[in-house]
Design a protein around this ligand. Sequence first.
Ligand code: ZN
Length: 287
Amino acid sequence: MRNLVGDHRWLSLNTATVRKQGSLLEIIEACARHSVRAIDPWRDQVAAVGLDRTAKAVKDAGLELSGYCRGGMLTADTEHRREALDDNRRAIDEAQALGAPCLVLVVGGLPQYSRPGSTPSKDIWDAQREVEDAIASLLDYARQARMPLAIEPLHPMFAADRACVSTTRQALDICDRLDPEKSGAVGVALDVYHVWWDFELREQIKRAGKKRLHAFHVCDWLVPTTDMLNDRGMMGDGVIDIPRIRDAVEAQGFAGYVEVEIFSNRWWERPMDEVIRTCIERLHSVV
Ligand code: ZN
């Protein structure tokens, strides 16, 4: 496992972590101030600044990307299906323009939440099948753009509204079926918040292997968690044994960025520099 003590060259900041404190350009400036070398920006933040301007700011600051957040929301009724696929092709184009190593997919839950306006459904199994069909139909486009797709399994509490792919095994089953040669064109983004509880996690990380481990996101699980979406913990403040999971991921040869992604009403209230400083300290001490 890489030694991160006293060195944060492998830290990436998911820009949602400080999204309430400033624009993407301000976040990029703050990263430069703190010698953070990589970010994972969100599409809405990029859209607010403009794609070309973002690409230039990233380049001027000497930053790399650890991913692009996010594609997905692939479940839709017939009327909204084309919109979902077109939207994801645009996300692939943007990820490519920004030099991202992968497009993170939050695959979507039931169609009415994934693509509002879709006919309501309770058929979660149908949604799961649809996710796979949609990724299958995006794969050629992603391959041509040389943009790996990274399925992010989300904790099952998000199955209805965000992602009906809930475990690493489920994500890798899709990868196996769509990309049997395991080229990495479709792989996984592992976020400790979503997968830490999974008794199969270690064997599934092995199964993924280096080629399909596209991103590694860290934060912590607070007890109690008071808001399932926006009460993620700072690393070290909760119960996840992060080094153990990082060890399993890096044992497969993963050598990418450790991306801090914290959606937190508490941390959004603190100054941006304090949040980034704390991320760096915790990277050294508990990640
Ligand atoms: Zn994540």
